[in-house]
Design a protein around this ligand. Structure first.
Ligand SMILES: [Fe+2]
Ligand SMILES: [Fe+2]
Length: 271
């Protein structure tokens, strides 16, 4: 099975690039299932129902979130009726929506997707390690699931690498989101789990992590806010990771970083 995971979609630039390029990417590489992190899709802050539908229409089978999950107030209501939208699993008990779900691809593959939020340099949340472990224990790889994908949304690469080792042999892919910067540590661990510390963003890199440079730079220079953060609207780079899994075990057999369009060095999967 071939899986595509794309990192945080930032604003209109990211949404437009997804709409323009994702259908062609899926056709070119034969992806069976597509997961996109949409936490910054609506003006950099959260995800409206309309923008969620845009991502789904472009080819996302599942959309995940992060610390910006509920920046748009309407997400609190529509997430309850959208099983293909996930928010971090380790938020306060009673938070609307779900953090894990089992999906079926068009070809009948069963894919467990889990979204979790880290705790290093992040707002406090419950233990992500035990929360993800419980979700996977309820739907183990190679038994109830043909693939298990974990979107671990956090700032520190150390926390994501620890999660990868923790789940090695129990997940097909553990991938970080949130920093918006793609890392070059993508690899398959000894137990067969594909790991990448951050998928990077789907946004305009002529910016500070997707935000027009002027105001973030001003805040670093002066410490005083002098305006709002505005998503940069130049051509986006789509950033993510492509994984192929063994049909019998669900573990990773190949992974490739993906960077397409915009100003980053380009990388296209070799399968
Ligand atoms: Fe985030
Ligand atoms: Fe983000």
């Amino acid at each position: 099975m071939r899986l595509l995971f794309l990192g945080d979609v930032v604003g209109r630039a990211g949404r437009d690039a997804i709409a323009e390029r994702l259908p062609g990417l899926v056709a070119r590489h034969g992806f069976d299932f597509v997961i996109i992190n949409g936490e910054n899709a609506s003006h950099g802050r959260g995800l409206t129902e309309g923008h969620f539908k845009e991502l789904r229409d472009a080819g996302a089978d599942v959309v995940t979130l992060g610390d910006h999950a509920f920046d748009q107030r309407d997400t609190l209501s529509f997430i309850a009726r959208e099983p293909t939208l996930l928010r971090p699993i380790n938020l306060a008990p009673g938070t609307p929506g779900r953090g894990a779900n089992l999906y079926e691809s068009r070809k009948g593959h069963r894919i467990l997707v889990v979204n979790a939020q880290g705790r290093v340099f992040m707002t406090p949340v419950d233990d992500p390690f035990r929360a993800v472990e419980a979700a996977i224990a309820a739907c183990p790889l190679g038994e109830q699931a043909d693939a298990v994908v974990v979107d671990f949304h956090t700032e520190a690469t150390s926390e994501i690498q620890a999660m990868g080792h923790f789940l090695d042999g129990r997940a097909s892919l553990v991938v970080g989101t949130h920093t918006h910067i793609p890392t070059a540590d993508h690899r398959i661990l000894r137990g067969g789990t594909a790991l990448m510390a951050d998928a990077g963003m789907c946004g305009d890199f002529d910016s500070v992590i997707g935000v027009e440079t002027e105001e973030p730079l001003n805040r670093f220079l002066t410490g005083i806010a002098n305006g709002r953060f505005t998503p940069a609207e130049g051509e986006a780079t789509l950033c993510g990771v492509a994984v192929e899994t063994d049909p019998r075990t669900g573990l990773a057999t190949a992974l490739f970083p993906l960077r397409i369009g915009g100003s980053l060095a380009q990388a296209e999967p070799a399968f």
